[in-house]
Ligand binder design. Structure first.
Ligand SMILES: [Zn+2]
Length: 207
C-alpha cells in the first residue's frame, strides 16, 4: 500500500498573520526589544540547528532534515546573523506549518517529514516565507520603525531608491534580519507596493 500523499492547505495572508500572532504571544519571553529570538523558539519547539560544511550554500540556504527535529544550515551563512536568523526562521516556519505547531506545542512523537511533491512544496514555501517574515518583523513594530526611519531619512535622500535602501539598512539592524526579507515584508504589510519594490529595490541591486 502506498502512503497517502500529503496535501498542504495553503493559508491566506490573514491566517498567516494570525499564526504569527499566536507564535509571538506564546514565545513572548523570547523577544528582546525588537529582536525575536528565532533560535530560542526553535529550541523551545524541540528543534536542533545543525550547521553544515562542504559548500551547502551553493545549493540551498537551509533545509529541514527528513527527521523534522533538525534544521540544517550552511556554516558559511552562520557568521552573518541577519542571514542566519532568516534561514532559521524560515525552516522553523516550515515545521510550524507542516505540523501545525500553532495548535500543538511539540512535534508528535516519531514525527517524520512528509514527502512533498513540487506543487505542495511550492505552496508551503510561499507560506513559510510569509510567516517567517511576519515573525521576524512583527507588524506593529515593523510599521512603526519603517515610519520613523522614513521620516528621518527623507530630507537627506529625496530619491526613492536611495531612501528605501537606507531605510532597509536600518530595518535590518533593528530586527537583526536580512534586508531582502524586510523588503518583502514591506509589501506584505502594505507599506510599499510590489511595483515600488521591483522598481526601486530589486532593479537597483548590484548582484
Ligand atoms: Zn523554505
Amino acid at each position: 500500500m502506498t502512503a497517502k500523499p500529503y496535501i498542504y492547505a495553503q493559508r491566506s495572508k490573514r491566517e498567516l498573520e494570525e499564526i504569527a500572532e499566536v507564535i509571538l504571544t506564546r514565545f513572548r519571553n523570547r523577544r528582546s526589544g525588537l529582536i525575536v529570538d528565532v533560535e530560542a523558539i526553535s529550541e523551545d519547539c524541540g528543534l536542533t540547528i545543525l550547521p553544515r560544511r562542504g559548500g551547502l550554500e551553493n545549493h540551498v540556504h537551509a533545509y529541514c532534515a527528513r527527521d523534522p527535529h533538525f534544521i540544517v544550515i550552511p556554516e558559511a551563512d552562520c557568521s552573518y546573523s541577519p542571514v542566519y536568523r532568516g534561514g532559521v526562521a524560515e525552516e522553523l516556519c516550515h515545521i510550524i506549518l507542516e505540523f501545525e505547531l500553532f495548535e500543538n506545542k511539540d512535534l508528535p512523537p516519531g514525527a517524520r517529514g512528509h514527502e512533498l511533491n513540487v506543487g505542495e512544496h511550492r505552496k508551503i514555501e510561499t507560506d513559510a516565507k510569509f510567516l517567517s517574515a511576519a515573525i521576524l518583523f512583527p507588524k506593529g513594530d515593523f510599521t512603526a520603525q519603517f515610519n520613523i526611519h522614513t521620516k528621518q531619512l527623507t530630507p537627506q535622500h529625496p530619491e526613492r531608491a536611495k531612501l528605501l535602501r537606507e531605510v532597509l539598512k536600518c530595518l535590518e539592524r533593528d530586527f537583526d534580519a536580512y534586508f531582502l526579507r524586510a523588503a518583502h515584508r514591506l509589501v506584505d504589510v502594505g507599506l510599499i507596493s510590489e511595483g515600488d519594490l521591483n522598481e526601486h529595490v530589486f532593479n537597483k541591486l548590484v548582484m
